[in-house]
Ligand binder design. Structure first.
Ligand SMILES: [Ca+2]
Ligand SMILES: [Ca+2]
Ligand SMILES: [Ca+2]
Length: 676
């Protein structure tokens, strides 16, 4: 056995055995990464004789907390387990702990910390860098997962386009465990990542993720997303329509990307692809404008010409949605309904441009497929269209009554998610039937809705229900497994991911989330192990061959980035409420003057009621650089002169800063540009 084989086969096996034995012996289910101090914290067991648990501080071995387990769910429909829950929410002291039970068994350590999810966030975002196609992954940034540039001849027109010859479309991310590039899946991925940045620019403003573009003054999330946008732009035809995908005719074998020399093709135009493209380009136009106005303009131009194509082609193209032509066996992403992609395009274009044509389209169609009823996924982006409209504060022409309807629908949605949580053994927002291919992305997309619901209402139950979904991904599941490579103690080791499988390095590239249980057993590995009597959540195996349960994909990692990034920079700060109430009059920021400025600027804000408020100013990297108690202010407009200094009275360097006003309510973040 060669050294390589030893590392590949034996070490992980031993490691897995030790850890798995340790965890399974305990019959304890907990988040292996950690918990936020102020959040709800649970440990589950299926052992009816386990009556109580103790929280033990790791270094001192002191018992710092104890509590009893209580019956939670009998015969949980997803797992067939009888589950008992122990609650240690009231213990909030940061540190490293283990859980000890009556029979003296101790689990692996985990943290209670405000920074519990920092590393998870960094790695789940950096995972996109490792998906780059047509790129040399070199130097310390790539270490140790080096690879040279792949797919240098992307791509040739497939005959389905009616065109022939070469059309350069290098770059972008490999979609998943394969090397294909699919516009609709790129669209929802980019849309989700940009949504995270747009609504939480401080949390997602880090410039130190350690990608080649780190420390360039632009948030790394935007740098990484731009790598995909540059490819997407190349997928647009001269008439504005967008080609569906760029792949080989069949999936590559299990080889490294740079060894894949198959011919790759650009497939026919599609209206789902075009609508998706128009939406993300319109959103990009408004987000990148502050960093690169030329690029932003090219995004807007591309979005508008895509929209024109959609207007000229009111029926879905190709008819019935895209299907693989004869001889092609790569991802199909079949979607026979392009109404949601058109709606999303209209919504983003309206918010970016204020143009009444887009607005009218949105007003005419926003209820066509329900109002925030489902969960966003690649075939249905209705929610993304509606959230963009709901959360926009920029337009005087916006229809306040539609926004109010959307807000109410969001609250109803969040309430229904709380009901679903209560019915499920591990508080996961997946019920039998929902354990589909890629099921792990569903609770995370629902968590996004809960996070936005929390931001709108201050309901802590939404905040905690969103965290429950992260708990599920990180170990509170029947497999006692962290579904994210490299994170937690017992994590996925063998994802269906060609570079991870073939790079002679263990463990797998970190920060990638496996698709998770697939009760429909959509691959031969699953169907050989399980059958229709298997409880849905158990239909998973950490096997490289199980593409239906153990592949990774960009559209699954995007909500992981959203949720982990949100909580990585968040402790519970909401307003405590027993019932959901809507905050119609949160603190409004008026444009500061002047902006940009060189030594001082007037910060202007409007309070809905009299209140004591605080001004906070953050660097682009998210560090709090200035905090000032502005004292008690009356309802209405208020002013404050900021002299561009930090708390210690030192002048701050030129750059972009963000600020907000906080009191009983909170304002959104706005930008300050200091130019000396
Ligand atoms: Ca950067
Ligand atoms: Ca659709
Ligand atoms: Ca590997």
């Amino acid at each position: 056995m060669g050294k390589y084989l030893f590392f590949v086969l034996v070490l992980p096996a031993i490691y897995n055995l030790l850890i798995t034995d340790c965890l399974k012996a305990h019959n304890l289910y907990l988040n292996q990464v950690g918990y936020l101090p102020q959040a709800q914290k649970y440990v589950f067991t299926d052992d009816p004789f386990m009556e109580e648990f103790f929280l033990v501080e790791e270094s001192s071995n002191d018992t710092v907390f104890s509590a009893s387990f209580f019956p939670h769910v009998a015969e949980d429909p997803a797992t067939d387990l009888d589950l008992y829950v122990g609650n240690f929410s009231s213990f909030t002291q940061p540190g490293r702990y283990q859980i000890q039970t009556g029979n003296s068994l101790v689990t692996h350590p985990f943290v209670i910390s405000d920074t519990a999810y920092h590393q998870l966030y960094n790695k789940s975002l950096k995972a996109f860098y490792y998906q780059r196609c047509g790129y040399d992954l070199l130097g310390p940034v790539a270490d140790p997962y080096y690879r040279t540039r792949c797919h240098r001849s992307d791509g040739f027109y497939h005959s389905s386009t009616g065109l022939s010859g070469f059309h350069p479309a290098p770059g972008g991310w490999h979609d998943a465990g394969d090397f294909g590039k699919y516009v609709v899946n790129a669209g929802i991925t980019v849309g989700t990542l940009l949504m995270a940045y747009e609504y939480f620019p401080i949390k997602f403003g880090h410039d130190d993720i350690f990608i080649p573009e780190s420390d360039n003054g632009i948030p790394d999330l935007l740098d990484e997303v731009r790598y995909e946008l540059e490819w997407l732009l190349k997928m647009q035809d001269v008439g504005g329509g967008v080609f569906f995908k760029l792949t080989a005719e069949v999936f590559a074998p299990m080889i490294m990307p740079q060894d894949d020399e198959s011919s790759r093709y650009i497939y026919e135009l599609s209206t789902t692809a075009t609508g998706n493209f128009a939406a993300v380009m319109a959103r990009s136009a408004r987000i990148y404008a502050q960093f690169d106005s030329v690029f932003a303009s090219s995004c807007l131009e591309a979005a508008e010409s895509a929209w024109t194509y959609l207007q000229n082609n009111p029926d879905i193209i190709p008819q019935g949605g895209f299907t693989n032509p004869e001889g092609t066996i790569t991802g199909q992403y079949g979607d026979g309904d392009d109404r949601d992609e058109r709606l999303w395009a209209a919504s983003e274009l309206y918010i970016t441009t204020g143009n009444s044509n887009y607005h009218q389209y949105f007003k005419d169609h926003f209820e066509d497929k329900g109002v925030l009823t489902g969960t966003m996924w690649w075939a249905d982006v209705t929610n993304l269209a509606q959230l963009t409209y709901l959360l926009s504060e920029d337009h005087t022409s916006i229809d306040a009554s539609i926004q109010e309807d959307l807000r109410s629908a969001l609250v109803s949605k969040c309430q229904s998610l709380l009901d679903q949580k209560a019915d499920n053994g591990f508080y996961v927002l997946l019920s039998p039937g929902e354990y589909v291919w890629g099921s792990n992305s569903i609770p995370l997309n629902k968590a996004i809705l809960l996070i936005i619901g929390y931001e709108q209402t201050g309901m802590e139950t939404y905040f905690n229900a969103a965290l429950d979904q992260l708990n599920y991904i990180l170990g509170v599941n029947v497999h006692k497994l962290s579904f994210v490579t490299g994170l937690g103690t017992n994590f996925v080791l063998n994802p269906h991911h060609r570079p991870s499988e073939q790079d002679n390095i263990d463990p797998a590239i970190p920060g990638l989330m496996a698709g998770g249980p697939d009760q429909y057993l959509s691959d031969p590995t699953l169907s050989s192990l399980f059958d229709s009597s298997t409880p849905p959540a158990r239909c998973y195996v950490d096997d490289v061959d199980s593409y239906a349960s153990n592949e990774i994909a960009i559209n699954w990692n995007a909500p992981l980035v959203f949720v982990t990034g949100y909580f990585a920079a968040n402790s519970l700060t909401g307003i405590q409420e027993d019932q959901p109430t809507i905050i119609p009059g949160k603190i409004k920021l008026l444009p500061n003057y002047p902006n940009p400025f060189n030594s001082e600027t007037i910060i202007r804000f409007v309070l809905p009621e009299s209140d004591s408020v605080v001004l906070k100013i953050y660097s682009l990297q998210g560090q709090l650089v200035y905090k000032e108690d502005l004292g008690h202010r009356f309802a209405g407009e208020s002013l404050y002169l900021w002299k561009a200094m930090n708390d210690r009275g030192e002048e701050l360097p030129s750059g972009i800063y963000y600020y907000l006003i906080e009191g009983k309510y909170r304002s959104s973040y706005e930008r300050l540009v200091l130019l000396k």
